[in-house]
Design a protein around this ligand. Sequence first.
Ligand code: ATP
Ligand code: MG
Length: 598
Amino acid sequence: MMSGSFFAQQDGPALLTKELSASRPPNLRDYAAERARFDWNNAWARLDGLPGGAGHNMAHEAVDRHAAGPRAERVAIRWIGKSGARRDLTYGELKVATNRFANALFSLGVEPGERVFVLMGRLPELYVAVLGALKARCVVSPLFSAFGPEPIATRMEMGEGRVLVTTPALYRRKVAGIRDELPGLEHVILVGDEPTEGPGLHAWQPLIEGSSADFTIAPTDPEDMALLHFTSGTTGRPKGAIHVHGAVVAHDITGYYALDLHDDDVFWCTADPGWVTGTSYGILAPLTNGVTSIVVEAEFDAQTWYSVLEREKVSVWYTAPTAIRMMMRLGTEAVRGYDLSALRFMASVGEPLNPEAVVWGEEAFGLPFHDNWWQTETGGIMIANLAALPIKPGSMGLPLPGIDAAVVRRSEAGDDVEIIEAPMVEGELALRKGWPSIMRGYLGEEERYRKCFAGDWYLTGDLAKRDEDGYFWFVGRADDVIKSAGHLIGPFEVESALMEHPAVAEAAVIGIPDETVGEIVKAFVALKPSNEADEALRKELLGHARRRLGPAVAPKQIDFRKELPRTRSGKIMRRLLKARELGLPEGDLSTLESDEQR
Ligand code: ATP
Ligand code: MG
């Protein structure tokens, strides 16, 4: 157990040091040494490979490898249903179930390389379908079950879905009406037994039961396409990122390094597989690492979550800033009374994690949240606050071994980059090409894909700074950065300052065109319960921000909102706040989740 942490105010930002456990040292103990000796070829040595040197298949590494060894009886997936029902699948059982599903696909005449879409809540069958389809060397594309018919149709049409695995209710509500738009959709496999009519429908249960439990994965080239993952749509229309089977080596090692997965861990990734985190770290990484992975069907509810942590003795927890901020709204008192002594490591991804939230983790759980950074395009975690190293609250951490990150400026012609060596200077966050889980393309958008690269570098579209110790600090998405009176203002900095105020639950900051200064900073603020959204509080917040940030950076306007619009993966959609503010077209809203105005 980590214990007895404290904050030490350094010259720069606060440093959060931790006392490390002697009995369970972090996997990545000596960062510098491990970085120096790291080689992706050695990372492959942690995995198995298909028998007879027949390549690498994600599902083999995640499931079959363990089912054939001492972990066969270990619980691979523990599913907790909405009603509290619980179902365990051991690695051995998961192997059989996924074999049957792979055979079922073959019996339907589905060929390797064809696209299998998955549209359902977090049910055990989802996990069986994803892994089984990977065994059959089909390409899997998971969708959020909450998507409406339009986003489903667009993605399935773009991805040329031949098979859809869903539930009867979702089929009737969302898919039946768009079947005409999807001539390529031949088979719909329905999980659950309500009678449903339509062409090419198959019930899951009899299909699985009628399929053999034996399956041999055919040779799989690590460059074979495995997953088609749509981005969150935070900045615009979602892109379909293509990932290959060989990405599994990155899922595995990043789970080991950044999430510090140890053999006997009980791991809970709260993300839905409709978002890449729910696939890379909700399915693949925990399984390749051979741990027990908790799957919770229900949506966020603080009390439910705390009882899952307690009852299941979750030891490693991977969640997102939105959820953390929702827990913060309820205060530390809500956590008391739960025995969370099994919990030893907490991580967060998806959005910048405000320093306030890192510290709150300490207060509420006795552990800090370790922020890490990656994107759908990178396939896995790239930059992370590590278990063995001090956390700098508000920083994304250090690049993992095998990952070269830099802050760069793109050349005029756009075909090369200049690396910014000076510390704490803003530029675009770039990663040196060559790690195995990088996307192999944006489906149907060759030009857009090409533009992500310059020289040896992949350009992320995010702006960041790097400090003297090599820690990276998120500034904002290139699209969201505000240019005001000669200053470049990252919304994150302003939002974090607002979040420090005890009344503020969440904040989103945008730039509004202004003739004199270019743009002025405007903030949208959601308050914690029992605070009045009145003029006095507005003034107080404006004053607080000015004191914290100075008049050049502090917001000039603050509007109160009950909720901020966000994507289904929990990201604040600043572009939507801006479009509405300026009366501009709202753009693609297919991933929009909560929104008081709709
Ligand atoms: P789209 O590309 O469609 O606009 P998106 O970028 O939100 O959507 P994702 O790939 O799910 O889609 O999210 C990756 C982005 O999320 C990153 O580029 C970054 O902007 C943000 N992000 C993820 N983790 C962090 C983090 N730890 N700190 C700051 N930002 C983060
Ligand atoms: Mg993006």
